[in-house]
Design a protein around this ligand. Structure first.
Ligand code: PMP
Length: 457
């Protein structure tokens, strides 16, 4: 319904909104978010919402951080833009690259800047292809990912993604991409199987695929330390150690997509620290700037860089880059954002608040609609099921999640429904009372959903 003096529903003639049912959206129209304050945002009727998703898993420092505004303004005044092509650079991008290398796992020493996580993962694919051509092994081009993974939506990154909705009718994936089983014990574990045996089965599946394809054809394996957008899936404890061993055995480059897990989400600086992953390539974005500016980065090992550099010398250049790669305003904002994360101890806060969040979510485990509660640090999820004992999904899948998501809006809560999995990924600045408020609003939306489903809708 149209609200007087509100833009509600008014932009629908001009914007094709991502991730909507475009026909339904034409009828309902978007909530128009006008301003933000800490972990809360306000729509154009003045209604407040707790942003339990930090926007899109991004806004580490909250929605009203003046230091990021100052950093952007200062840089806009000094030098609003310069590119990083043809032996040019700018000061903030140089400083940020140095800082990222210092923070990241030891083997990573060079940084390539892009504007989005999708572009960064496309860059990963092209770097692996370019590197293997440089090393005289042009057959080594295939990349292995996992079903349910989200790595972006451009042609290459959308191919790494393993969610049907991002591929169906888009003619993806491209050739040379393979997908393994998602490490979700609740859904993929077998009757009587332990988590440890499940982890071993998935590593065996990986090795069998490598052998079937031919190890000499596999360039890389990509995974998020904790699969986030695909449904918040913490892997079994020994999963990464086992998957990493297969990569090492066959010389497969290990790519950690830290777009969501990077900069404190799991209560450690990187998800790779949390799970003991030693990647050859790491991709970061989102919390890097708290999404105040679009920015992503690909961090690569010396080994990879040396191959790429030698080939660029042979050809004459490394022919890949974006107009705004290393944008000075975006990199200046990232530097200020990383200062804030460090000075305010937000990684430690994520660990402490994460514990409270996980306990709070776990208190719903006995609810008849709740199939599984899962998460780590300051990211968590509750999967709704129609039958708890049988782990039976709703028919259609997403019916309960969608309803709860919309009741959340009514109760002033922005969550995400991934099918019937409800995700929580609040800003890292969240406090104990905010966690309680967030879970109370969720509880009300869950009660409404239970009533609705009991009514046989
Ligand atoms: N990788 C992961 C793990 C992501 O979650 C996302 C975005 N949700 C991307 C890549 C793509 O990032 P972008 O939307 O900036 O292209």
């Amino acid at each position: 319904s149209q609200i007087p003096n509100s833009l509600h529903g008014q932009d629908i003639a001009n914007i094709l909104h991502p991730y909507t049912n475009a026909v339904r959206h034409q009828e309902v129209g978007p909530i128009v978010i006008e301003r933000g304050e800490g972990i809360r945002v306000y729509d154009d009727t003045g209604k407040d919402y707790i942003e339990a998703m930090a926007g899109l898993w991004s806004v580490a420092v909250g929605f009203s951080e003046p230091r990021l505004v100052e950093a952007a303004t200062r840089q806009l005044n000094a030098l609003p833009y310069y590119h990083t092509f043809t032996h040019k650079s700018n000061e903030p991008s140089i400083r940020l690259a140095e800082r990222l290398v210092a923070m990241s796992p030891a083997r990573l020493s060079k940084v390539f800047f892009t504007n989005s996580g999708s572009e960064a993962n496309d860059t990963v694919v092209k770097l692996l292809w370019y590197y293997n051509n440089a090393m005289g092994r042009p057959e080594r081009k295939k990349i292995i990912s996992r079903r349910r993974a989200y790595h972006g939506i451009t042609v290459a990154s959308g191919s790494l993604t393993g969610l049907p909705v991002n591929q169906q009718d888009f003619d993806l994936p491209i050739a040379g991409v393979r997908h393994l089983t998602c490490p979700h014990f609740y859904r993929e574990g077998r009757e009587g199987e332990t988590e440890e045996a499940f982890a071993k089965r998935l590593a065996d599946e990986f090795e069998a695929l490598v052998l079937a394809e031919g190890p000499e054809t596999i360039a890389g394996f990509i995974g998020e330390p904790l699969m986030a957008a695909g449904g918040v899936v913490p892997p079994p404890a020994t999963y990464w150690q086992k998957m990493q061993a297969v990569c090492r055995k066959y010389g497969i480059m290990l790519v950690a997509d830290e777009v969501i897990t990077g900069f404190g989400r799991l209560g450690r600086t990187f998800g790779s620290d949390y799970y003991g992953i030693d990647p050859d390539i790491m991709v970061v974005s989102k919390q890097l700037t708290s999404s105040y500016q679009p920015l992503a980065a690909v961090l690569i090992s010396d080994e990879l860089f040396e191959g790429v550099a030698a080939n660029s010398a042979r050809i004459g250049m490394f022919g890949h880059g974006f107009t705004t790669s290393g944008h000075p305003v975006a990199t200046a904002v990232a530097l200020a954002n990383l200062d804030i994360i460090e000075e305010r101890g937000l990684v430690a806060n994520a660990a402490a608040m994460g514990e409270i969040l996980q306990k709070g979510l776990a208190s719903y485990a006995d609810h008849p609609l709740v199939g599984e509660v899962r998460g780590a640090g300051l990211i968590g999820a509750i999967e709704l099921v129609s039958d708890k004992a049988g782990k039976t999904p709703f028919d259609p899948v997403g019916k309960a999640g969608r309803y709860l998501f919309e009741r959340g809006h009514e109760h002033g809560l922005i969550i995400r429904a991934i099918g019937d999995t409800i995700a929580f990924c609040p800003p890292l600045i969240i406090t104990q009372s905010d966690v309680a408020d967030m879970l109370a609003r969720f509880g009300r939306a869950l009660d409404d959903t239970a009533t609705y489903l009991r009514a046989g809708a």
